[in-house]
Design a protein around this ligand. Sequence first.
Ligand code: GLN
Length: 546
Amino acid sequence: MAKFVFVTGGVMSGIGKGVIAASIGKILQARKLRVTAVKIDPYLNYDAGTMNPYIHGEVFVTEDGGETDMDIGTYERFLDINVPKSHNITTGQIYSSVIERERRGDFLGKCVQIIPHITDEIKDRLRNIASEGVDLVIVEIGGTVGDIESLPYLEAARQFRLDEGISNVVNVHVTLVPMLDVVGEQKTKPTQHSVQELRRIGVQPDVIVARSKVPLRPEPRKKIALFCNVEESAVFTSQDIASIYESPLLLDEQGLGNYLVTRLQLSSNSPDWSSWKKMIKSHLSPRSQVTIAICGKYAELADCYVSVNDALRDAGAALDAKVNLEFIETDDFEKEPAKVRVLSRFDGVLVPGGFGSRGSEGKIKAIEYSRTHNIPFLGICFGFQLAVVEYARSLGMEDAGSSELNPGSKNHVVDLMPEQNDVLEKGGTMRLGAHEILIDEGTLAYSLYQRTKVWERHRHRYEVNPEYIAQLTSGGLRFSGRSDANRRMEILELSGNKLHFATQFHAEFKSRPGRPSPPYSGLVQAGLNSKNQELKTHPVLASARK
Ligand code: GLN
């Protein structure tokens, strides 16, 4: 069976445990081992689909239509694999299946308890994942040690090592080592307390990864080893770095890879970092730059748009350009329409996915401004739907709207499909995951993708209303990509502009470092072209996407 690396977190959340879990995976993958990753979210929601991205960060959509935690996206980008939705385990899912089995009579006569029934369910799920043909499973347990909700998972991890044997399971604990500004002293006490709490639950960490501004100095390292009962050679630092993609290299240089190989008795080769290093170089030393405005509702929280940001950066790196991002709150354009002129100083405008009416008229204003002032524009999902509304209004259909936003308007150019009208539940009822899209040759979409069939990921309820397609296209708008036997419009483009392009799907979820997403490459390239005054209407990008 596969071997396991459990990653737990201490001191506080938000210190980059997901990146460290993904980095550990990468370190082992660089040694030609087959790796996958699992994220455990101890909350009671069944999945991340109904959670507010403003509070919890982006909802990442998997190929098989899971609405998952954004760490799954980090795993996909680091490991260049598609992670299935079964790899995002929540307490909601665990309890649902145990209770369902109880109702079925599977436990007849028994009292159903957290130990062993909940812990068994957790371990069974992990074992199932281990049988997917991998050498290693990285399991990140969300939250911070000491949270009530994560206790059953830590208990399952404790049992797991007992069940599988010490050479098959490693526990990595990620903590924060704060620095006192005045003297620059690295404080280890929070780490000591966190490990004490972990050991009280029965889990002894083998490895400690300390997040700190600068590398751990010898003294605090010794202290951590002594008080946490960990070998000194198993205490690593993850200091602040320019690009998160440097994290695996940083940890491997300190010996984490060698430690894991020995500890897990893996027969492995020496690591090959050549292509990863090349990718990092392109991220760190670009020759030119573009500045893109992301016009959204949750504009102030970059975590809402992690995949969008990463897709833009991946695209930039491949084009030897740094992509500067500025978040623009579209609410402001509604209150003060003249403010939209701020967009004139950007090389490109992106309107990302979104829900609900607040800020949507402002987004429409941003799209109108980009179209009429020939600023490269990319619309994603909601951005695509609003581009349709904006275009319809420009054709004189003044009350054009979407039934999600303007239920009172007569012309719903974006609407639910007839079969969707009876959907009342909110969780898991959207059109989700990867669907095949057919692209017309000779279009901008084709020049970006270089192919006529692509699979891209979705998360939406509303669609371009088929009744308006003839009218919309008569004005010059082109739907160059469609799906579902031409019933659904997936890509729109307008010729004449440097770039006026939008997709019903979320192409960002498939962008990978070194293999950027074509629509995002299109925006960055158009931004670069427009900056250089080489006004190419169709920037042809031979995308490396396979
Ligand atoms: N609110 C829109 C819909 O449900 C768009 C969703 C999105 O942007 N992800 O169709």
